[in-house]
Design a protein around this ligand. Structure first.
Ligand SMILES: C[S@@+](CC[C@H](N)C(=O)[O-])C[C@H]1O[C@@H](n2cnc3c(N)ncnc32)[C@H](O)[C@@H]1O
Length: 451
């Protein structure tokens, strides 16, 4: 890490944010500016150390420093010792390769590991409290909140995310599962009949999406879609749309949601329809495992910009904790990754394109780091307004990469915390290999306490 000159540039290089950034965190800034060597040697942890914190080197020798074979690297901790140990434990996901409950039903870029969500909620959220995830994505935190007996509110800018999070966290009871399975079987039969009869079907997706499918796959998907619109009661269609969504990358020539690489896939006629029923069955089985585990109520879901969430929460909602994984600066392009699904599902993409934060498409140019700093600052400000004093926000974030420079997320969050009414309380970090061969990045689980 220290060998990469890009790492010399941290958020401290970014001019202070407008009105708010009159720099109450001058100590951090001073330390970083005066002694860059020291800041690096400390692995950028110095700011997270309260008087009674565990120095990273000591923590590294202690029980927290477990090698994580699947994720690569030891865990380094700082801050309040007990809290830091809990965070380190929550990052220890190597023993949990199973995809339990509804978690693995649908792919989603940068999904939080369910074990991390489970550990944080069970160990840190007050019993019977309510947790907010302003970046709920596919709903990992919301599912685990139900399992922990907690209330939950999930927000996301993406309407696909909020629909998916609902389907994954709100199971249909047994009679509804039977009905949905029957409908899926009818949809499959009707779709196979269309394939046999070579019936015409119009895909109604833009040419750049259509070209990602083989001609017969495109036609079969179009036929399936038409059959889903006939399902009654209409409410069951919401479930079947998410089943349909789960097929869309798998049967395209796109390697994965977060990759634009194209691969050739040989897909026989009828397979898409058969998979549709198979995935509906899988969802129903997952729901039947989720049902007895749920002791908390279904989540409230809001399709909202995280920076506005404090204004969108229903009046008098008391939030006892925030747990979330915001976008990592300059790493993903959620609107791009879901373009194909939005097109097939008829969802509006413009909101995502305009308001997504940390998007890779905005990660070039001298202003990009500043922009990301402001986006994250506004997000923390809104989070702080959702919490009462003393409540905790736990953030899982990886280091950003803006305009070719690494932005260590721990330093960035620490600086912004001071401006937005939070105290950094504890942190646990692990290294992640960079797929393009650059220096490792770090992923951090950070606990902030609302002042
Ligand atoms: C790291 S993912 C969250 C994954 C989630 N924890 C899960 O387990 O599936 C980040 C999420 O941030 C959302 N997002 C991006 N910009 C946003 C914004 N301005 N407001 C709310 N959500 C946003 C993306 O749609 C994406 O779902």
């Amino acid at each position: 890490m220290t060998q990469n000159p890009a790492l010399q540039r941290t958020p401290r290089d970014i001019p202070p944010r407008t009105a708010r950034a009159s720099c109450s965190h001058s100590q951090v800034r001073e330390r970083c500016c005066k002694a860059p060597q020291d800041a690096e040697r400390a692995g950028s942890y110095a700011g997270w150390m309260s008087a009674d914190s565990t120095p990273p080197d000591e923590g590294a020798r202690g029980p927290e420093r477990q090698p994580l074979s699947n994720l690569g690297g030891p865990t380094v901790v700082a801050g309040e010792p007990e809290l830091a140990a809990t965070l380190a434990g929550a990052m220890k996901t190597d023993g949990e390769t199973r995809e339990v409950l509804t978690h693995g039903f649908h792919s989603y870029p940068a999904r939080m590991h369910w074990y991390t969500a489970r550990e944080v909620l069970q160990k840190l959220c007050p019993a019977g409290g309510t947790v907010l995830d302003p970046f709920c994505g596919s709903g990992t935190v919301l599912i685990e909140a139900r399992v922990a007996g907690l209330g939950s509110v999930g927000g996301d800018l993406s309407p696909l995310a909020t629909q998916l999070a609902r389907i994954k966290s709100v199971y249909a009871p047994a009679p509804a599962r039977e009905r949905i399975l029957e409908s899926a079987a009818h949809v499959m039969e009707a779709s196979l009949e269309r394939v046999r009869a070579r019936a015409p079907a119009h895909a109604r997706v833009p040419p750049d999406v259509a070209r990602l499918y083989g001609p017969h796959v495109l036609k079969e998907l179009a036929g399936l879609r038409e059959e889903i619109t006939r399902v009654q009661p209409e409410g069951d269609q919401d479930t079947l749309w998410m089943v349909f969504s789960s097929l869309l990358t798998k049967f395209s020539n796109q390697r994965a949601d977060s990759s634009s690489e194209e691969v050739e896939r040989r897909i026989r006629k009828g397979l898409v329809s058969e998979f549709f029923l198979r995935k509906t069955r899988e969802l129903c089985e997952r729901w039947s495992r989720l049902e007895p585990e749920c002791t908390g109520p279904p989540p409230k879901l809001l399709c909202s910009d995280a920076r506005d969430l404090h204004r969108r929460l229903p009046g008098r909602t008391r939030i006892d904790m925030i747990l979330c994984s915001p976008p990592y600066g300059g790493t993903y392009d959620y609107s791009e990754h879901h373009r194909l699904r939005f097109a097939w599902l008829g969802l509006p993409l413009s909101g995502m394109q305009r308001h997504e934060i940390g998007a890779r498409r905005n990660a070039q140019g001298p202003e990009s780091a500043r922009r990301w700093h402001d986006e994250l600052g506004e997000t923390l400000e809104s989070m702080r307004r959702c919490l009462h004093p003393g409540a905790m926000a736990v953030l899982l974030m990886g280091d950003g990469e803006l305009d070719g420079r690494r932005i260590p997320a721990d330093i960035q969050v620490e600086e912004l915390a001071a401006d937005t009414g939070f105290e950094p309380a504890a942190i646990a970090s692990q290294s992640r290999p960079d797929r393009r061969g650059a220096a490792d990045r770090k992923e951090h689980l950070m606990a902030l306490r609302a002042r």
